[in-house]
Every structure is written in structure tokens, then in C-alpha cells.
Ligand binder design. Structure first.
Ligand SMILES: Cc1cc2nc3c(=O)[nH]c(=O)nc-3n(C[C@H](O)[C@H](O)[C@H](O)COP(=O)(O)OP(=O)(O)OC[C@H]3O[C@@H](n4cnc5c(N)ncnc54)[C@H](O)[C@@H]3O)c2cc1C
Length: 447
């Protein structure tokens, strides 16, 4: 179907007379020629944290930048970060920060050297976003709204005359003799000697991450590692958890209850869901659980929900509570340790009527309750995969990217930044900082 340009500048589809067809075609070609005649130094694919930062840093250095986004609006994932509050970085030193990414963490050294958390905080202050660390560790905008971050970045991109085109899905990166020449979208081609791939991973595909960057990079000869969903809620077999939905417990200790994996432990805040568990400790621990799920089918866990108290301490605590209030029901004593719904469920699991008084409870059942309060068993059976994964584990092979520049070692003028590369960190502002740092370094371009 042909698109005709109307006098008022809008497009319409259909048939016209030969004369008006020719006139329309001339207008159409003229419009395209104007658009494509812009000579770009850099095309950035993807308007996430990494892509916007690379575009800004490059434009500040005087480059003419085109930013292409396939969704109708920019920064969809950034908007959802930190539950909409955007935990953009944290207060760790660069050394400690890199350690948290495991074996490949050192790859970030130059990117952090160029643009670390201190630089990120000043960058945002400079574009009008104040930040703070309410818990002394995680850094948020003081507005506690990701929108503040997005509006400030958008404003800065406007000031720098960065051309932004939404609803433009890049389908191919163009190269000639191992030198980048531009990109092809579904409808157009754009030309530049540098392209930054900032397309994110595979997690939360509704927010734009559908793995396009892996296809684009592999078409140019880059290797992609195995890809796994990471940082996602886990489903458990035990149905009683649904009665505790939304209960949040701080400082939960988790351990895997499999003979060969007893050393796998974690500590942090946990939230019960309709069919399982989420919260920071679960999101981080999910990366340890997924390979075990593949191996064993299900993974038994033991959870200490009582801030590290052991059976002896719990028994003493309950004894003291009973002494203070001898006529109270057992549920009233347990709720001094845990939320009501969980206390209720643990009583039922111990064959205890939650409304029974201490004297009415059989010794074996009381012992069972104390045991469950010290270590509550739950069995992980699965997860929702990439649909609910905050991070992708795996990505473009780091060996083929120069860590000093983020440039491809295979094609000149091709750069990568953000989650599309094979690096992922835990919860706590690590992944956004890495996206901003790698974006800033990539945006410094080599020519
Ligand atoms: C719900 C949620 C909460 C999170 N909270 C936090 C947090 O608080 N702190 C933290 O540090 N990390 C958090 N993360 C992780 C963090 O958001 C990501 O690691 C980070 O946003 C990745 O940025 P990116 O620029 O690499 O990719 P993305 O933000 O995914 O951006 C990639 C962009 O590229 C576009 N795109 C993809 N393919 C194409 C194509 N072919 N053509 C054009 N455009 C394309 C996409 O539409 C998208 O807009 C969270 C993740 C999720 C899902």
C-alpha cells in the first residue's frame, strides 16, 4: 500500500490520479531525503538507562546523535525500576562494587574509572535531580520517583539536540569492510560511522527487552553466552503461603536443604506472594536456585523467619511471653515474633489450634512449632522465566569487547553498553550503575 502525503502534512493510504500520485511521490521522497540527509556521528539503539547516557555523553562532546527506540515511548524499563522509585546506584567503593558481580566484575574497571557512582550522583545533580541514600546504601532520587530521572534525561537530550525517534525498531546494523555504516529499521535506513547497541536483555519483554541486541550482534560475528532469567520471584509447592500474601519479613536467613548444597545461604528481606516468594533476598538467591531447579526439579529450602533466633532462644522467648500473659492464646505469643498470617499457618502446620492456650497444647506439637519457627521448610518448584526476570544472566561475550572503550573487537565503530553484555549484578542499584557507567564510556567514542 502506498502512503500519500496530504497538503496538511498527514499521510493517507489509497489510490489517486497519476498526476497527484507523481506529486505525492515527489513530496514523499523530499520528506525522506530531508530526514535522511542528517549526517550523524552516532546512532544509539535503545533508550534505556545505558542508551540515554551514551547519547548524552556523546552529544556533550559535540557529536550529532540519533537515538532510536522501538517502543512508542522512551525508558519503559527505567520507569519500572525500584518499584517506580529507581534505585539508581549505591554507596560502595568501586572495588567492592566490582566484587559483587563475581568473576567478570573486573571488566567494569575502566567504565567505573570513567563514571562511577560519585560521578553519577553529580551528573544527576547537574541536570536537576537530587539524590539521597535513606538506608545509607541504596541511592534514590529524593522524589522517590523514576519519572524525575526520566524527565531530567529527556530534558538534557532535548537541550543537546539529540534526535530521538520512537517506534523505530532496528532490524539490522549495516557495515562495510568491518566498519559500521548505519542501521536499518522496519521503515528507514540511517547512516553513521558509530553505532551503540543499548538494547537491554530479555527480562520483562513488555518493557522492550526481547533480545534484539543479541541477534543484531551475532549477525556481525559476536558470540552470545547462554542466557538465563535472573532476579525473579520463585514459586513454591506449599499452598499455605498464599494466606500470607504480602507479608514482609526482614532479615530472613535462607538455606538450601540439599545434601551437596548446604553451603548455599542468603540473608535479607522477603515477601510472601500468592504462589511463592519475592523480595530482595529471593531476587538475589534466584540465580543460585535456577541451576539447581534444572538439576533436581525442585529445591527444598529452610527459612529462619525469626531474625536468627535458634530453637532454644525461641522456646525461651515464648516461655517469657507466657509468663507475662498466662491466659493469652498461643497465636498472641507467636505474633510477638511474626506477622499474624504466618503465625496462624505455622500453628496449623504444628497441629495446634491457634486459639488454644498454652496448657491445652501437647508437648510434641509445641516442640514442632518451635522447630518450624527456627527453620520453616518450603520447596521451590519453579518461576515465570524471563517474563518476570529483572535481569538477564548472560549476553554478548565480554572477550570480544574492549573494556577500555566498550568497542567491539570485531567491527570498528560498533559499541555495546548496559544489560546486553554478559554481566549482571545483585539487587541494590548495581545494574543501573553498570548501565550508566558503560553507557558513559561507550558514549566517549573513539572517533
Ligand atoms: C521491574 C524491574 C525493576 C528493576 N529495578 C532496578 C533497580 O531499582 N535498580 C537497578 O540497579 N536495576 C534495576 N533493574 C534492572 C535495570 O533496570 C536494568 O539492568 C537496566 O535498566 C538495563 O538498562 P539498559 O539500558 O541496558 O536496557 P533497557 O533499560 O532494557 O533498555 C533497552 C531499550 O532498548 C529498546 N530496544 C530493544 N531492542 C530494540 C531495537 N531493535 N530497536 C530499537 N530499540 C530497541 C527497548 O525497547 C528498551 O527501551 C530492574 C529491572 C526490572 C525489570
Amino acid at each position: 500500500m502506498l502512503h500519500f502525503v496530504r497538503n496538511d502534512g498527514h499521510c493517507e493510504e489509497g489510490r489517486r490520479s497519476n498526476l497527484s500520485f507523481t506529486r505525492s511521490l515527489i513530496l514523499l521522497i523530499a520528506e525522506k531525503a530531508t530526514d535522511l540527509s542528517v549526517k550523524y556521528d552516532l546512532i544509539v539503539i535503545g533508550s534505556g538507562a545505558s542508551g540515554m547516557m551514551s547519547a548524552i555523553i556523546s552529544a556533550r562532546a559535540g557529536k550529532k546523535v540519533l537515538l532510536l527506540e522501538k517502543l512508542p515511548q522512551i525508558a519503559s524499563k527505567l520507569k519500572a525500576t525500584g518499584g517506580g522509585r529507581c534505585n539508581l546506584t549505591n554507596t560502595l567503593s568501586n572495588e567492592e562494587f566490582m566484587r559483587q558481580f563475581g568473576r567478570d566484575g573486573r571488566f567494569m574497571q575502566d567504565a567505573l574509572g570513567a563514571f562511577d557512582s560519585t560521578a553519577l550522583v553529580s551528573f544527576f545533580a547537574q541536570i536537576g535531580v537530587e539524590t539521597h541514600a535513606p538506608d545509607g546504601f541504596r541511592i534514590f532520587p529524593t522524589s522517590h520517583s523514576a519519572l524525575t530521572i526520566i524527565l531530567a534525561l529527556e530534558n538534557e537530550m532535548n537541550k543537546l539536540n539529540i534526535d530521538l525517534k520512537c517506534a523505530q525498531k532496528v532490524e539490522q546494523i549495516l557495515q562495510n569492510n568491518n566498519q559500521i555504516t548505519g542501521v536499518k529499521t522496519q521503515t528507514d535506513s540511517f547512516f553513521a560511522p558509530n553505532v551503540i547497541v543499548a538494547t537491554g536483555g530479555l527480562g520483562y519483554p513488555t518493557l522492550g527487552a526481547e533480545g534484539d541486541g543479541y541477534t543484531l550482534a551475532s549477525e556481525l560475528g559476536h558470540k552470545i553466552t547462554e542466557l538465563h532469567p535472573a532476579m525473579m520471584p520463585l514459586k513454591v509447592k506449599e499452598e499455605w503461603v498464599k494466606n500470607c500474601r504480602a507479608d514482609t519479613i526482614a532479615k530472613v536467613e535462607l538455606r538450601v536443604d540439599l545434601p551437596k548444597h548446604k553451603k548455599l545461604r542468603a540473608l535479607g528481606d522477603l515477601i510472601f506472594t500468592n504462589n511463592g516468594l519475592r523480595g530482595p533476598v529471593i531476587l538475589d538467591f534466584a540465580r543460585e536456585i535456577t541451576p539447581l531447579l534444572e538439576q533436581y526439579g525442585e529445591v527444598p529450602l529452610l527459612l529462619n523467619l525469626t531474625k536468627g533466633m535458634n530453637e532454644e532462644q525461641i522456646a525461651m522467648h515464648i516461655k517469657n511471653e507466657i509468663a507475662k500473659n498466662p491466659h493469652a492464646k498461643i497465636i498472641e505469643h507467636i505474633t510477638t515474633l511474626l506477622p499474624h498470617a504466618i503465625s496462624h499457618e505455622l500453628c496449623l502446620l504444628s497441629n495446634i489450634n491457634p486459639h488454644a492456650k498454652n496448657k491445652e497444647i501437647e508437648g510434641a506439637n509445641r516442640a514442632k512449632l518451635i522447630q518450624l519457627l527456627a527453620w520453616t521448610p518450603l520447596t521451590v518448584t519453579g518461576h515465570d522465566g524471563f517474563k518476570m526476570a529483572m535481569i538477564t544472566r548472560g549476553g554478548i561475550h565480554l572477550k570480544e569487547i574492549n573494556p577500555k572503550t566498550m568497542q567491539s573487537k570485531i567491527i570498528n565503530g560498533l559499541y555495546f553498553c548496559g544489560e546486553v553484555m554478559n554481566l549482571d549484578g545483585p539487587c541494590g542499584g548495581y545494574n543501573l550503575q553498570w548501565s550508566f557507567s558503560s553507557g558513559a564510556l561507550a558514549g566517549m567514542l573513539q572517533k
